[in-house]
Design a protein around this ligand. Structure first.
Ligand SMILES: Cc1cc2nc3c(=O)[nH]c(=O)nc-3n(C[C@H](O)[C@H](O)[C@H](O)COP(=O)(O)OP(=O)(O)OC[C@H]3O[C@@H](n4cnc5c(N)ncnc54)[C@H](O)[C@@H]3O)c2cc1C
Length: 496
C-alpha cells in the first residue's frame, strides 16, 4: 500500500510540531515554507557581535517541546536543553516602587508584603491559589482538547468546568477580578499585564485569564540553552531526521478543493495532490489568499479582533546594567489609557509600558564582553496602515527618555547597534493578519469558542488548521498544542 501524503503549509512552531507527528505515523510529509528559514515568528538576528531572539523571549511549559522528541523515540536532551530561571520578572513603577517576582510563591508573598504590606500579601496568597485552581480546572479542557469535537464533551471533567463557569470569571474582566483582590494600583496593573500574554486587553479579556500568571509563578519560566531560537532549530533538525521533507523558499499560492474534498495545492508552478493538507498559515490569510473561494468562510471567526502586535527595538548596549534581570517591565502610569491608545489605533503613544529582555544575562555569548543584548518591546495594535515610521520615531524617543531616567544614564550614548521590527514587517514576514503576535485576541468571553477549529468542518474533508490563529491560540505552548491537535485529528481521519 502506498504511503499517505500530507502537505503542511508553513514551518512555524505548530507546522513543525504537526509535521513531526505525521511523519512519525509513517506518512509522507511535505512541509512548505515561503521563507528561507523555519520557525516563523521564532527567528533570530545577529548583528555586530550581538545575537537577538527576534520573536518570543518567555518560555513556559518546556515539557511540550520535550514531548515532540519523546514521541519520536529521541532523548530531547540530545537536541535541546534549557535551564529554569528563578526570577520570573523584575517590575519598575514610575513612583520608584520595584518588585521582583519569582517562580516561588513563598518568595512572592514575602516580596509583596515588604513592598505593599500584609493585607496585599494575604490577597496575593489567595490570588495565586485561585489562579492555580483555575489553571488546573481549565487546562485539560480548553487547551489539551479540541473545543469543536463532539467527543470532547463526553469527558466528564468538561461538566465540572462548565458547572464552575461563574466562579471562573467568564462574565467579569481580568481587571475586575484583579481589583477584587488588590487595592494597590500597582498590583492590579501587574496582574492585568497577563492579558498581554495572548495579545488582549485586561479591560476586556475575561477573568479566567487570571490562570496565565500561574504559568510563570507556579510552573516556572525557562530559557533554552543557546537562546529561544533553539526551540525552532532543534524541532527543525528532528523534523528532518524523522523524514519530513522541508521545502524552503516555496510559497504555496493556492489550495484546491474537489467539491467538499480539499486535496491539492499550487506551489512553484505545479499542482500537487495530497490525502490531507494542514495549514499553519494565519486563518485570515488562508481564506483571503489560499482557499478556493467556493469554500465556506467562518464569518464570526474571521470577524474577531486580531491580537496586539509589537514594536521591537533590538539594541546592542555597550555596557551592563546590574539592576536589570532577564525579564524587566517598566510600567506606564496609566494602564487604562495605554490600552485605549492601542484600541483606538492612535498614531502617537504617551508613556507606554516597556518590556526589556536581556538574554545575555544568562547566555553570555549573546553579547560581547561587558555589553548586553536588549530586546525592547512595546505592545501596539495590529497593522491597519498606521504611519509606522512616525510611531517608531516617537516611541524610540519616548522609550530612550524613560529608560534613561529610570536607569540614571543617557541611554542614547550606549546603543551601539540597532535593528527594528514593526507590525507591518511581522505581517510581511509571517503573513499574520496585521502582524498580530497571537492570532486573534481574547477580548471576548466567546473568543475561545470562536477561534478557528483544528479541522475545516461543515462537511469538508482533508483540511486542518494549526498555529496562533487556530485553537487553542498563540504563544509557544499553545502553538505546540495546536500542532498536536491538528495532526492527531488528521491521523485519526486518515486511519478511519
Ligand atoms: C516579537 C514577538 C514576541 C513574542 N513573544 C512571545 C513570548 O515571549 N512567548 C510566547 O510564548 N510567544 C511569543 N510570541 C508569539 C509566538 O512567537 C507565536 O505565537 C508562535 O511562534 C506562532 O507560531 P505559529 O505556529 O502560529 O506560526 P508562525 O510563526 O506564524 O509561522 C507561520 C509560518 O507560515 C509561513 N507561511 C505563511 N503563508 C505561507 C504560504 N502561503 N506558503 C508557505 N509558507 C507560508 C510563514 O512564512 C511562517 O514561517 C511572540 C511573537 C513575536 C513576533
Amino acid at each position: 500500500m502506498s504511503r499517505k501524503k500530507v502537505a503542511v503549509v508553513g514551518a512555524g512552531l505548530a507546522g513543525l510540531a504537526s509535521s513531526i507527528r505525521l511523519a512519525n505515523e509513517g506518512f509522507h510529509v511535505d512541509l512548505f515554507e515561503k521563507n528561507p528559514y523555519t520557525g516563523g515568528k521564532m527567528t533570530v538576528y545577529e548583528q555586530d557581535g550581538f545575537r537577538f531572539d527576534a520573536g518570543p523571549s518567555l518560555f513556559t511549559l518546556p515539557h511540550l517541546v520535550d514531548e515532540v522528541f519523546e514521541l519520536s523515540g529521541k532523548n530531547p536532551r540530545d537536541y535541546f536543553n534549557y535551564t529554569q530561571h528563578s526570577t520570573a520578572c523584575k517590575y519598575f513603577w514610575q513612583n520608584g516602587k520595584e518588585l521582583v517576582l519569582k517562580s516561588n510563591m513563598e518568595h512572592n508573598i514575602k516580596a509583596i508584603e515588604s513592598s505593599f504590606g500584609l493585607g496585599a500579601a494575604l490577597s496575593a496568597e489567595a490570588y495565586f491559589n485561585d489562579s492555580k485552581k483555575k489553571y488546573e480546572l481549565t487546562e485539560p479542557f480548553f487547551l489539551q482538547q479540541s473545543l469543536h469535537r463532539f467527543k470532547t464533551f463526553l469527558d466528564s471533567r468538561v461538566f465540572k468546568v462548565l458547572g464552575s463557569i461563574l466562579r471562573l470569571g467568564l462574565f467579569s474582566t481580568l481587571n475586575d477580578v484583579n481589583k477584587q483582590y488588590f487595592q494597590d494600583e500597582e498590583l492590579v496593573q501587574l496582574f492585568n499585564r497577563y492579558a498581554t500574554y495572548n495579545g488582549s486587553s485586561p479591560y476586556k479579556t475575561p477573568g479566567i485569564m487570571q490562570m496565565i500568571n500561574h504559568l510563570e509563578h507556579g510552573k516556572g519560566t525557562f530559557l533554552p540553552i543557546g537562546g529561544m531560537h533553539e526551540i525552532a532549530k532543534s524541532l527543525t533538525s528532528l523534523a528532518r531526521e524523522v523524514g519530513v521533507n522541508i521545502h524552503l523558499n516555496q510559497n504555496v499560492e493556492e489550495v484546491y478543493s474537489d467539491g467538499k474534498i480539499i486535496n491539492a495545492l499550487f506551489v512553484c508552478g505545479r499542482k500537487k495532490f495530497y490525502d490531507a493538507i494542514i495549514l499553519n498559515t494565519d486563518v485570515h490569510f488562508a481564506y483571503q489568499h489560499l482557499l478556493d473561494k467556493k469554500i465556506k468562510r467562518p464569518k464570526k471567526t474571521l470577524a474577531q479582533d486580531p491580537s496586539t502586535s509589537a514594536l521591537i527595538f533590538y539594541w546592542g548596549i555597550n555596557r551592563d546594567f546590574d539592576q536589570l534581570d532577564l525579564h524587566n517591565i517598566f510600567f506606564s502610569k496609566d494602564y487604562k489609557q495605554e490600552f485605549e491608545q492601542i484600541e483606538n489605533n492612535s498614531n502617537f503613544w504617551i508613556d507606554p509600558t516597556i518590556y526589556v529582555n536581556i538574554s545575555s544575562k544568562i547566555e553570555t555569548a549573546d553579547a560581547p564582553a561587558g555589553c548586553e543584548n536588549w530586546f525592547v518591546m512595546i505592545n501596539v495594535p495590529a497593522n491597519e496602515g498606521q504611519d509606522w515610521e512616525k510611531i517608531t520615531n516617537d516611541l524610540r524617543d519616548n522609550v530612550l527618555d524613560r529608560l534613561s531616567a529610570e536607569l540614571k544614564v543617557n541611554l542614547r550614548q550606549h546603543v551601539s547597534t540597532e535593528r527594528i521590527l514593526n507590525p507591518m514587517m511581522i505581517e510581511q514576514l509571517t503573513s499574520s493578519k496585521g502582524g498580530a503576535l497571537y492570532g486573534t485576541s481574547s477580548n471576548d468571553r466567546k473568543a475561545a469558542f470562536l477561534r478557528h477549529p483544528n479541522k475545516k468542518l461543515s462537511g469538508y474533508k482533508g483540511l486542518y488548521f494549526c498555529g496562533g490563529s487556530a485553537h487553542p491560540g498563540g504563544g509557544i505552548p499553545l502553538c505546540l498544542l495546536s500542532g498536536k491537535l491538528a495532526a492527531n485529528w488528521c491521523i485519526e481521519d486518515i486511519h478511519e
